[in-house]
Ligand binder design. Structure first.
Ligand code: ADP
Length: 174
């Protein structure tokens, strides 16, 4: 059985991530979508919120009888999780050249720490090449419409958090 892990911040999950998840789930027997917390880049949404957003955005896929997607969360070193669950492959999405340098380095580091950790890159869909969680958050913070970029099931939560964040920033700057 081939088990793949798709790790990321998913802060929040976008249609770009969902595209990679759906395509990767077809390639492997089991796909674990793993919400990680990067201490260098503190997230806007808590791990629980990010897991919940993924579950809601993927509710159609998760409710299928032949569903092979699992959502999980890990706050430690990624490679430890990879080893513990005896996974075979790390899945990553590649958007533009700027993703390449970072993802290439991560793939090499992971393989250096654990020789069996192979990374498979899926190229982004042309339609979501430009899409990132940070762009979604920035648009929402300026009161813009993000409904083309994230599932309708999480749009309101993103708007609410963006409002809270903007209000807090205004107070801090006073
Ligand atoms: P970001 O904060 O940049 O959106 P994440 O850490 O959540 O990124 O990304 C997890 C993985 O998903 C990475 O491999 C990243 O390259 C990929 N990814 C992010 N957005 C997209 C997208 N729009 N299309 C394809 N892959 C993506």
């Amino acid at each position: 059985m081939k088990v793949a892990i798709y790790p990321g911040s998913f802060d929040p999950v976008t249609y770009g991530h969902i595209d990679i998840i759906e395509r990767a789930a077809k390639l492997f027997d089991k796909l674990i979508v793993l919400v990680l917390t990067n201490p260098v880049k503190p997230p806007t949404f808590s791990p629980n919120e990010r897991v919940d957003f993924l579950k809601r955005s993927l509710s159609r896929q998760l409710s299928k009888v032949d569903n092979n997607i699992v959502i999980d969360e890990h706050s430690g070193l990624f490679i430890d999780y990879f080893k513990n669950c005896k996974a075979n492959v790390i899945v990553k999405g590649l958007r533009v050249m700027s993703d390449f340098e970072y993802e290439f380095q991560m793939a090499l580091i992971n393989r250096d720490m654990f020789h069996e950790a192979e990374t498979v890159f899926l190229t982004a869909n042309v339609a979501s090449m430009f899409l990132s969680s940070s762009a979604v958050k920035q648009i929402a913070m300026f009161g813009g419409d993000v409904s083309a970029y994230v599932s309708p099931k999480i749009v309101d939560d993103i708007k609410m958090k963006a409002k809270e964040f903007t209000a807090r920033r205004v107070l801090e700057q006073k």
